[in-house]
Design a protein around this ligand. Structure first.
Ligand SMILES: NC(=O)c1ccc[n+]([C@@H]2O[C@H](COP(=O)([O-])OP(=O)(O)OC[C@H]3O[C@@H](n4cnc5c(N)ncnc54)[C@H](OP(=O)(O)O)[C@@H]3O)[C@@H](O)[C@H]2O)c1
Length: 360
């Protein structure tokens, strides 16, 4: 079994393929201090499992959950191990907590871990603590933009998050900023689908459910234990956009798809849907960028704005590998101390306080 950090990749679609390409590039076009310590030992999708040098003997058959369990088995039982989830599978996300509890770090692009039920969120947090493992979630909101890590850093510094608002869907941002009201919105949606800017079935984007999961992750990261049914989600009605656009234009405003979370005296307000914004609103910019406004004790009157490309295989894969590299860095800094202390008999523990600490 090879030393260093062993990795199993689940999913070889748009994001998984980009992870493989970027990892190969990092390792062959180094020098990158930690990339050489990464050993990809298994790659799985629903149809096949590829084992690479360093894989622990994986003899498990496809258990109906793709080849995921066999890929996990290939990680072995000791040392720094990471599973990278580049699937959109609820069955895989349901395993995150168990893998963490078993001492395996999880790095994920899938929002169904932390953005599904509150009980699953709690299970992941508790398991990360129990397993002394990291849960790399940088890719789940803003595809690696410094959003979740900023919210965590503000809270670590004693700040309370008062609200978060964002344009969190690149495809909906593109559609609404591109639409000029001259024809049916439906035609632009079809154009976006053909260009690959939306899901193959655009109704998935228009439903707002994916944005809702991102808002749930933001809320929970901000210390607000929000259940999915507490978010008011208003699907984008294609037939309605031309009328809404005309009304917004007459008022000197623009339409944007916004996720909004507000904590005030009345409680928590969470909503996902189309809004007519003033042109100088920080969320009103054009293009497909993600824009996230954070209000905290220190950024109350003048909020903090994070903006940049928040979707696409390239930035998502980079965010996943940022999290992987962070774990590799921690593993390497741990090793000498552990070796001296003779502690290498079990999975490494990176949390000196005993509190599992999330990445991003
Ligand atoms: N695409 C983006 O720009 C983007 C941005 C941010 C986040 N994300 C998130 O990243 C994840 C992947 O997105 P994608 O666009 O790459 O999806 P995709 O192209 O549909 O690929 C999904 C991959 O997951 C595999 N898979 C599904 N269930 C599995 C299972 N049980 N075990 C092993 N493999 C399984 C599929 O296997 P088969 O090949 O056999 O079907 C496929 O290879 C999603 O959660 C998505 O929300 C995507």
């Amino acid at each position: 079994m090879s030393a260093g950090v062993r990795i199993a990749l689940l999913g070889t679609g748009t994001v998984g393929s980009a992870v493989l390409a970027r990892l190969g590039h990092l390792q062959s076009h180094g020098p990158h201090e930690h990339a050489s310590a990464l050993h990809l030992v298994a790659v799985a999708n629903t149809r096949s499992l590829r084992l690479l040098p360093g894989a622990h003997q994986a003899c498990m058959a496809n258990d109906g959950n793709g080849h995921a369990e066999a890929a996990l088995h290939a990680l072995g039982t000791r040392g720094a191990r990471i599973v990278v989830d580049a699937t959109a599978s609820d069955a895989i996300a349901a395993q995150h907590a168990a893998w963490l509890a078993a001492g395996i770090h999880v790095v994920t692009a899938c929002k169904l871990g932390q953005g599904a039920s509150l009980s699953r969120w709690h299970a992941i947090r508790a398991a990360a603590t129990a397993g002394g493992c990291r849960y790399g979630d940088s890719a789940t909101v803003g595809a690696g933009l410094p959003v979740l890590r900023t919210i965590r850093a503000l809270q670590d510094g004693g700040d309370r998050i008062h609200g978060v608002a964002g344009v969190l869907s690149g495809s909906l941002a593109w559609l609404l900023s591109r639409y000029d009201g001259s024809g049916p919105f439906e035609e632009l949606v079809e154009q976006a689908r053909v260009l690959g800017y939306t899901e193959p079935d655009p109704r998935i984007d228009l439903s707002g459910e994916d944005v809702c999961r991102k808002l749930l992750i933001l809320a929970r990261t901000a210390g607000i234990a929000l259940e999915a049914d507490a978010v008011q989600v208003e699907p984008l009605q294609v037939d309605d956009v031309q009328r809404l656009h005309a009304r917004a234009s007459a008022e000197g405003r623009v339409l944007r798809h916004v996720a909004r979370l507000q904590r005030d005296g009345d409680g928590i307000h969470a909503r996902v849907g189309v809004e007519a914004l003033d042109r100088d609103d920080p969320l009103a910019g054009a293009g497909s960028d993600n824009r996230i406004v954070i209000r905290s004790d220190r950024y109350l009157e003048q909020p903090l704005l994070v903006q940049g490309p928040g979707a696409g295989a390239g930035v998502t894969a980079a965010a996943l590998l940022d999290d992987v590299m962070e774990i590799a860095r921690m593993a390497r800094s741990y090793e000498p101390a552990a070796a001296i202390a003779g502690l290498r008999t079990s999975a490494p523990r990176y949390s000196s306080s005993g509190r599992g600490r999330s990445m991003a």
